[in-house]
Design a binder for this molecule. Structure first.
Ligand SMILES: [Zn+2]
Length: 99
């Protein structure tokens, strides 16, 4: 995981989240939507977990034919999803209404 320069917290680790979550955190808006955990698996065994909003989750379910479990383990698809996620400061994420 990389680092991010947060205006409030300085240099912090970053989390990759769905664009909507990133926007809400950036504008300090309390979440008015549900969140889910997305699991991405890149190459062999490199797994990462990403908070995403329920609308984004639904989009991924339709696009990749996912079942209840939000897990993308096809390399190409995982990279595709990863490119749509946005970086946020980990501390800001923890401070947000995301639990
Ligand atoms: Zn921060």
């Amino acid at each position: 995981m990389g680092m991010i320069e947060c205006p409030k917290h300085g240099n912090q680790g970053l989390s990759l989240v769905s664009p909507k979550i990133a926007e809400y955190i950036l504008n300090k808006i309390p979440f008015d939507f549900g969140t889910e955990q997305l699991l991405l698996e890149i190459d062999t065994g490199l797994k990462s977990i990403h908070p995403i909003d329920e609308t984004f989750a639904e989009t991924l379910r339709k696009r990749y034919g996912l079942k209840e479990k939000l897990e993308v383990s096809d390399n190409e698809e995982a990279f595709e999803v990863l490119s749509e996620l946005k970086p946020v400061c980990e501390v800001c994420l923890n401070d947000s209404s995301f639990v």
